[in-house]
Design a protein around this ligand. Structure first.
Ligand SMILES: Cc1ncc(COP(=O)(O)O)c(C=O)c1O
Length: 419
């Protein structure tokens, strides 16, 4: 938003500096050190000529001059708070040049896909994928004429082959790690295969980004987020983000957002923006906590299996994790001996972790995927995704890890006493 932006400095600043210094110009907010909220639904033009020019630019009747942006016009198209938040998101995503904010993660995914697909085009996507995304593909995009081609996450050669052989391929949508067992897909390999076909690569980076996985550096064109999770960080906000290294790739997404009216509202932008400077701090602490807890819980006699990147045993999964992720992240899934009764008892017995879906907040959450997030999955789809009766998914927060470990251990002890 500002002509005085530090990002104009020849040396690019590091993300944790730029998120606090880029874009926002206090002189445009009566000197306020942090952004104000601009709730206006419409903006006053300097002149009728400026209004005419803005509409010509938006409609593509007039070409942009280098560095030119459309003036603020109407809040379904753009707002100061959306612009400020987008300016602060860019440095957080390595390799990014432009960002767009949406009123949910699903809104970001839907808008990006609808902007880059038309009836008759094919979309290759990894499964398991977030349930909402799967419904969107099967219940909206396929009836609309898109050919959806699912491919099993983590199968590097099969994914490359599917991308190479799918007719009319336009978009490849990858989600890594997959929910809830954290199966990882080799993003660079899939992106290289997609480039050969001239297809666009989108990556849902909600589980590990922006701190620990950087898809734009691995060849992705658009990175998508449920900002409801780590970016928002406090489980009190719904938001979504699309980020790209190429503003031209986001241009059609921006114009669909203006039509759909799913831009993030000014108050929500203000909240999300205030959370961005701490996303690295929170994610680092959450990941360290999760690693300490997971690596001890795996030894518990009630635990049949614990899914966590540092505990992967499959060499290909370990290779992908080590080459693709900076840290293992704050999610793990515990396969309990004793099936559903054991899983439900564990969820009843935990005192610190809350039994809720969602993830990425500063508070620890746990849920039973088979009866909640994955309850719409068929038995085959559950088996493919590793969703069993005894599986509990955990999102670790910023509490003291020793208290959480004690809590999980006492909860596991109550299962034992049931037997
Ligand atoms: C990986 C992933 N992508 C997308 C979404 C959808 O995000 P939202 O709930 O913000 O629409 C979720 C929500 O849980 C998710 O886990």
């Amino acid at each position: 938003m500002s002509d005085h932006s530090l990002s104009d400095h020849p040396r690019r600043l590091r993300p944790t500096t730029e998120v606090l210094t880029r874009g926002f110009d206090p002189t445009l907010s009566v000197g306020s050190a942090r952004p104000a909220v601009f709730r206006s639904s419409t903006y006053v033009f300097e002149s009728p000529e400026a209004a005419e020019h803005a509409f010509n630019l938006m409609a593509g009747r007039t070409a942009f001059n280098p560095g030119e942006q459309v003036d603020l016009v109407y809040s379904r198209f753009n707002t100061p708070n959306a612009q400020i938040t987008e300016d602060h998101l860019v440095p957080l995503e390595e390799g990014a040049a432009a960002a767009l904010v949406f009123n949910s993660g699903m809104a970001a995914i839907m808008t990006a896909l609808m902007a880059h697909l038309k009836p008759g085009d094919a979309l290759v996507y990894t499964v398991p994928i977030y349930g909402g995304t799967q419904h969107l593909i099967e219940d909206v995009l396929e009836p609309w004429g898109i050919i959806g081609v699912p491919v099993v996450a983590g199968e590097t050669a099969l994914i490359a082959q599917t991308i190479a052989t799918t007719p009319k391929l336009k978009v490849v949508l990858l989600e890594s790690p997959a929910n809830p067992t954290l199966k990882m897909t080799d993003l660079a390999s899939a992106a290289a295969a997609a480039k050969q076909r001239g297809a666009l690569v989108m990556v849902d980076n909600t589980f590990l980004g922006p701190a620990f996985q950087h898809p734009l550096l691995l060849g992705a064109d658009i990175v998508l987020y449920s900002a409801t999770k780590y970016l928002g960080g406090f489980s009190d906000l719904l938001a979504g983000v699309a980020i790209s290294k190429d503003p031209a790739v986001l241009a059609p997404v921006r114009s669909k957002r203006s039509l759909f009216g799913n831009i993030l509202a000014p108050d929500e932008c203000w909240i999300l923006d205030s959370r961005l400077p701490t996303v690295h701090l929170r994610m680092n602490k959450q990941s360290k906590n999760a690693q300490r807890i997971a690596e001890q819980l795996v030894e518990h006699p009630q635990v049949a299996k614990l899914y966590y990147p540092t505990l992967f045993t499959d060499p290909e999964q370990l290779r992908i994790f080590r080459s693709q992720c900076d840290f293992p992240g704050a999610m793990f899934a515990i396969e309990l001996k004793g099936g559903k009764p054991a899983a439900f008892q564990f969820l009843r017995a935990v005192k610190l972790a809350r039994n809720a879906v969602s993830l990425g907040g500063v508070e620890t959450l746990a849920c039973h995927p088979k009866s909640t997030t994955h309850s719409g999955f068929s038995e085959e789809a559950c088996a493919l995704a590793g969703v069993t009766d005894g599986l509990v998914r955990v999102s670790i927060g910023i509490e003291d890890w020793r208290d959480l470990l004690d809590d999980f251990t006492q909860a596991l002890g109550t299962i034992d006493s049931l037997a």
